[in-house]
Write a protein that binds this ligand. Sequence first.
Ligand code: NAI
Length: 298
Amino acid sequence: MSELRFDGKVAVVTGAGHGLGRSHAILLAERGAKVVVNDLGGALDGTGASTGPAAEVVELIAKNGGEAVANADNVATPEGAEAIVRTARDAFGRVDIVVNNAGILRDKSLGKMAVEEFDAVLAVHVRGSFLVSRAAFPHMKEQGYGRIVNTSSPAGLFGNFGQANYSTAKMGLVGLTKTLGIEGARAGIKANAIAPIAWTRMTESLLPAEFERRFTADRVSPLVAFLAHESCPTSGEVFSVGAGRVARVFVAEGPGWRTDDLTIEAIRDNWEAILAEEPYVRPTTLGEQATASMKAML
Ligand code: NAI
């Protein structure tokens, strides 16, 4: 079987100084991509900054014979995001791949969560992914090619206690991914998202100790690389990935139940039918969803 390679391609990986991003950057470089290793170098809660983590990963890639440059800008500011993409263009002349991976945590239960803790988490995950994608998009459009991989989370797809900010951000990335997939389609740009699970500094205090050996970051990165590859056939989708397992996660709408005379009581009396899952439809755009709903209404 032929090896999938990235020769001639330029990738930006945000938050690549540690954990998953580091592993994605190393794999892409190993397969021939030129990589911008971005990392603000702060703590898990997003405080502080250091050029060290990005520089260390660049050094490692170079030692392995790969090509990479470091960038320590903040994905959450428009200037930072522009500078990250500019680094790719200045160093390597183009940008083909954006892996939006940078992330922070500020876990608290809802009643205890400060507005600042909500905003800070949305800023890095959602605003950061929007800003870096927006900075790269015109260049991808111009070259008629691009791949964007966003990083969602099972916490966003399914909910998690103590993560109102994080789960809001991570489901937000699903919407961003789907819309980028639609807006990029005509220009050969594909966007997909992963919902990973891996043993990193973000999860080491949350996951059982036996996960360390099996849930390694390098058992997530091959999916990111495939979604970032020219041969990826799919756009606008979300994939759950961890410990070497990959599965599609999809948003679907059940068959529904209708009446000409919708009352509160009618809803109560038909709740089971409203909750029914099969047969479901899986629209890929708002237009498709509207058409499917319209059909079910008539
Ligand atoms: P990590 O903490 O090891 O890596 C995140 C990196 O992002 C850090 O190196 C950090 O310095 C960087 N970063 C934070 N804010 C930044 C900013 N404003 N600009 C640039 N860089 C910034 O954590 P991990 O686990 O590798 O997380 C990577 C991504 O995967 C995150 O988006 C996280 O939410 C997501 N994720 C991880 C899961 C896991 O099981 N480890 C589960 C689900 C999602």
